[in-house]
Every structure is written in C-alpha cells, then in structure tokens.
Write a new protein. Structure first.
Length: 652
C-alpha cells in the first residue's frame, strides 16, 4: 500500500520548524504550498512534463510565472518567499532571476537615487530582469570579459558593444524571450582608458511590444543537457552601439561624473558581491534539493520488497539491505548538514547585506566570498552525485521519468558548472589558505586551525582512539580532519613551489576543507540545540555525517600519523553502529522534513496510490498509446523481406 505519511498537508512539529529554518520560514513554506497546490495553473498531474515539446513546456512556464506574479502581489509575499515558490515548482521559470540576482544587485549596487527609481519597478514586475555576465569565451574568468561600455561625453551616455563573437553574452537566464532589462557586466572605457568591469542597467526590449531595442541582438539558446531547465529561456546576446544614459551605470561603489571624471570605489572587493549573492542562496537551498531526492528514494525503498532471507515467507524490504541503507542514510545526513550549515551562511550574508545597505561597510565581503565559494563547490558536488545515487538505489523504476529523478538530476547537476565550474572556482579556497599561512594569520579564521600542524609538526595530542566508542568523540574526529588537511596543504604548497599545475588537485583540497567546515558547523548547530527534544536525531545524523567522511579522510593521513590497523577496524565498526542508530530515527527525520506529494512530484511517492499503481497509470497515460497513424508503416515493414525476396528472384 502507499506510504501513509505522504500528503499535501504540511504538519508542524518543533523538529520540522527547526529543520526548515524557524517558525517564520516554516509558516511561509506552508502558505506557499497551499497557494500552489490548490491552483490549477501549477498542477503537476494535469500534464506529463517530460512528454511536452520544449516550446509547450516553456509556454506553460510563462503562464506559471505570470500567475506567480499575481500571487506575489495578492499574498504579499517577500522576495524570499517568491524564490521559494519558484523552487517548489522545480521546472525553473523565466521569472527566477528577478529576486535571486536582478533585484538583489539593484539594491546593493545602485545609489540611493537610482534605487528610488528602479527598485520599485522591479518589485512590481514593471520591468523583468536578468544578469548578463558570462560570455561565450569567458565564464569564471571575469577579468577576461570583452563587452565594452564606452562613455560618450557629448551625449552623456554609455555605448555598449560586443566587439567579438567571443564577447557574446551567453547562458544568460530569462533573456532569450522574457527579460526587458539586464544588468550587463562590461569594461568601462573613458577617453580610451579602461577602468575594469562595471555594471550597467540596459533595456533589452520595448515595454509595450516586447520587441528588441535598437542594436540589441538576442537568440534563445535551445535545449539544455538532460532536458533540464525547460522553463528558462537562456539567451545569447550581442550589443551593437547600444546607448544608455550615464545614470544607468550602477553607482553605489564607483561613478562617472558628467565631465567624464571617474570616481573609483573605496572597496575594490565590491565586485565579489554579485556572485556572493547567488552562492549564498545556493548554500541554503541546495541541501533541500538533495533531501527531496532522498525522501522519494526512502518512500519507495520502504515500499519495495525483493528477495527472501532463508526461512522467511515474505520478501525483504529493500531499504533494510545494507546496499541501500549505506547509500541513502549518509545522504540524509549530508543533506541535513548542507541545510543547517547553509542556513547559517545565508544568515551571515543577510546580516552583512543589511549592514552594507545601512552603512556601506563591506569589510566582511571577502570572508563571505570565501565561505560561499566553498559552500557552492561542496553543496553542488554532493547534491548532484547524491541525486543520481538515489535514482540508482531505486533500481530500474528510478530510470523512468515518472520517478522524478531525471528532472531532479537535470536541475541539480547544472549547478556544478553555473556561477563557475567547481574545478575553476575551487582554486580560490587553497589560494586563501596559502595567503593566511604565509601571513601567519590563520588564528583569525577558525576553520584554518589545522595550519598549526604545518608550523609545529608535532603539535597537538596524539590520536587517542582505542575502541569503537572513541570514534563518537568529536575531538577524535577533529584530529583526523585536521591531520588530513595538513597533509593535503603541505602537498599543495610543495606542488605550487615546484611550479606544477594544481588546477586538478585543488578540488580535492577544497572539498576536504569544506568537510572540516561543515563538520564544525554541524556540531555547532547541535550544541545550540542540546536542550531540544530532537537532539538525539540530530546527533545520529551528525555521527553518520562525520564517520562517513572519515571512512575516506583517514586515508589521506600519512605516516607517522596514519591510523593503526586496530583504529581502522574500530572506525569501520563505529560507522556500522552509527548507521544502525540513524536507521532507527530515519522515519521520524523524513517525516519531520515532510516533503509533500506536490513537492516530490514522483510516481514513487504518491499519497493516493502505491508506486506500482502510479507507474502503471503513467503507462496508461503515455502520449504514444494508440498511435494508429504509424500502424501502416509497421505493418509494411514486416513485408519488406518478402518484396525484396521477390525482386531478387525476378532477377534470376
């Protein structure tokens, strides 16, 4: 029978409120789900999305985007709630950049005078926005961008141009058809002198007709890999002498005066801001994407039975096989770590943003940039790989589009490369590590405590693990993580000094650094929640998270600090024990997350029918049933051999 804990109702418990980031966010989620699931425009059962032609799927996304704008005004949703609503529909929509990157940049990068004009227009959706940074020839290398904005003193305008094919703005979300305005990243030129990249609010389309403005050339890119992001019209865009008023250069940090005088920014790190915004949001929400996949796999593998144990009359529940449990439970723990630590990163960024808006103080930006870069690399790698693991754990039925895993994977794997390929932006974390190591300032950054081992090789106590229980002590887990990082950093320093290309190995170092950062962050969350009724569930999750990482982390620790054979065996048995403990809590944790049928959108997790019934119903609804128009061709194909045989005989 279908799992009874799947529904479209959101059930509130103290644990649920905690996992979703507090009462305000939990109530907001409940309000949004009610509005979406009761509105036929957002129905996930009326059509089978994977069977729609891409144009039809995008038209549906436009209708949903329009309805979301109605709800935003009617329900008085905040920008954060609007982003959550877009994410719950999980096809991505053309309206997604409006609050995620367009409006946030207007608020942070515009002067007060500019904001008074443009922010209300964007909040009311009078203008529809995008953010144009990436070019055909340049992605993560922002310094290499070629688009130019040349100041014309006579007309008091900037003239924006795409001087080469490689300068074409490419992959620009919501720009192929939707956006009326875009924040364009371009190289500022005054009297032939370049002043680096700046932001320019550029009108792309006529507000009355949606026709392209003079000099603006745009094409929609076409389908993405795995048929992902069908609701987003990514665009290729070139500018041919496009003129905008001087007042539309975003001027909070740098300005160009009427006479052409350039006023530089006081803080040269302000350019980090745009990417920090997106990555801070990703840090908070990516874990939920993984947990949704885990929830679908959990519901299905607890329904599915397969094979018998000797002496049993009934088949075993698939979830209880080690081959499934040891794949899904670590992902449940990792997803929770991504969510809880990501929430803290996002809170820190929100606090920083308030300070910047009120005082202009951007002193914390570089540190937040580093945190969000690490979180982006770490969370997207774990989530993309984790969603695919969940699909495989569901066996053959996971391959059906009706399971939802294909859509989930298509929408999570793109994050590994957007806003920067993980292997490229991962270089920024080791760069910061070496910077603090050389300056001897690691004491100012708690997550760099392991650098002490490089300065004093014999510093710190020895690993005092003599039995299985010792591995449940955070101090022993910390010892391994720190020694591992010291080993990897030492190797990185030696490779760098030898002039080797480290662009591949830095990814491993960044992931190891983030293992430690998220490990620390997870246990800090638990220390603050120690008096709650659900601390045992959190501790079970934290131990599986920690010990699953240590299964691999200890292998990077070289002699004389490598684990003994006895310590390795006890680590393995401690992990077994942690998995068993978390298995006992797994249902209560999945229930606390409470993903609804609407959110999971999977035939493997329905409220009114079991997975077999749902999959069979999906087969009945296939658009390829009763294709009578092709029957004659199929019948004809069976007679080909006979006709050819007659022709050959006639030649004899």
């Amino acid at each position: 029978m279908a799992s009874r804990n799947i529904s479209n109702d959101v059930h509130e418990t103290p644990f649920s409120v905690f996992l979703w980031g507090g009462k305000e966010k939990f109530d907001g989620r409940k309000q949004i789900l009610k509005a979406l699931s009761s509105n036929p425009v957002f129905s996930k059962t009326a059509v089978t999305i994977p069977s729609l032609a891409r144009k039809d799927a995008w038209k549906r996304a436009v209708a949903q985007a329009r309805e979301l704008i109605v709800l935003k005004h009617r329900e008085k949703w905040t920008g954060s709630q609007f982003r959550d609503a877009v994410r719950m529909l999980d096809y991505f929509l053309p309206v997604q950049p409006q609050f995620r990157i367009f409006l946030s940049n207007l608020e942070r990068q515009m002067s007060d005078e500019q904001k008074a004009i443009w922010v209300p227009k964007a909040e009311r959706f009078e203008i529809l926005g995008s953010y144009a940074q990436t070019e055909l020839g340049h992605g993560s290398n922002v310094r290499g961008l070629e688009t130019t904005a040349t100041f014309d003193r006579e007309t008091d305008e900037f003239v924006i141009n795409s001087p080469t094919v490689s300068s074409t703005k490419y992959w620009i979300g919501a720009t192929g058809i939707w956006a009326t305005h875009s924040i364009v990243v371009a190289r500022l030129i005054i009297d032939g002198k370049e002043y680096g990249n700046h932001l320019f609010l550029t009108q792309l389309r006529d507000l009355n007709t949606q026709k392209l403005m003079p000099g603006v050339e745009i094409y929609e890119l076409g389908p993405k890999v795995f048929q992902g992001m069908v609701g987003v019209d990514n665009g290729a865009m070139q500018f041919h002498n496009v003129r905008i008023p001087r007042s539309q250069m975003l001027a909070r940090n740098a300005q160009v005066l009427r006479d052409g005088t350039y006023v530089p920014p006081k803080n040269t790190k302000h350019s980090y801001g745009s990417m920090v915004t997106v990555r801070a949001i990703m840090a908070e929400i990516t874990g939920y994407d993984l947990l949704k996949a885990v929830a679908v796999a959990y519901h299905y593998t607890n329904f599915r039975t397969q094979f018998w144990t000797k002496g049993q009359k009934e088949e075993n529940t698939v979830f209880h096989y080690a081959s499934v449990k040891y794949r899904l439970l670590p992902l449940l723990a990792k997803g929770t770590a991504l969510v809880l630590v990501g929430q803290n990163i996002k809170r820190a960024y929100d606090d920083y943003t308030e300070v910047v808006i009120k005082t202009g103080n951007t002193s914390q930006l570089e540190d937040l940039h580093l945190q969000t870069v690490g979180a982006k690399v770490y969370s997207t790698d774990i989530t993309a790989n984790g969603v695919e693991t969940c699909r495989i754990a569901c066996g053959g039925h996971g391959y059906s589009a009706l399971s939802g895993f294909g859509r989930m994977y298509a929408h999570t794997v793109n994050a590994v490369t957007y806003e920067g390929d993980n292997y490229v932006i991962a270089q920024q974390v080791p760069r910061a590590i070496l910077k603090h190591y050389k300056a001897k300032t690691e004491h100012t950054v708690p997550s760099l405590s392991y650098l002490e081992f490089l300065r004093i090789p014999d510093s710190g106590s020895k690993l005092t693990v003599s039995c299985e229980s010792d591995w449940f002590m955070p101090k022993n887990q910390k010892w391994v993580f720190e020694r591992r990082l010291a080993t990897l950093v030492k190797a990185h320093i030696e490779a760098s000094e030898a002039g080797k290309d480290t662009s591949f190995t830095v990814h491993e170092l960044t992931m190891a650094h983030c293992d430690f950062v998220y490990w620390r962050g997870f246990w800090e969350v638990i220390r603050k929640a120690v008096s709650t009724d659900f601390v045992s569930q959190l501790e079970a999750l934290a131990h599986v998270f920690s010990l699953s990482l240590l299964q691999y982390a200890h292998k990077d620790v070289y002699a004389p600090y490598a684990l003994t054979e006895s310590q390795r065996k006890s680590l393995s048995s401690a992990y077994d024990r942690a998995i068993d403990t978390l298995s006992g809590y797994s249902k209560s944790i999945i229930d606390a997350y409470g993903f609804t049928e609407f959110e999971m959108d999977s035939a493997l997790a329905r409220a009114d029918m079991d997975p077999y019934e749902a999959l069979f119903a999906g087969a009945k609804d296939s658009e390829m049933n009763n294709m009578r128009d092709v029957w004659p061709d199929i019948v004809d194909a069976r007679g080909i051999w006979g006709r050819l045989d007659k022709e050959e005989k006639a030649k004899l």
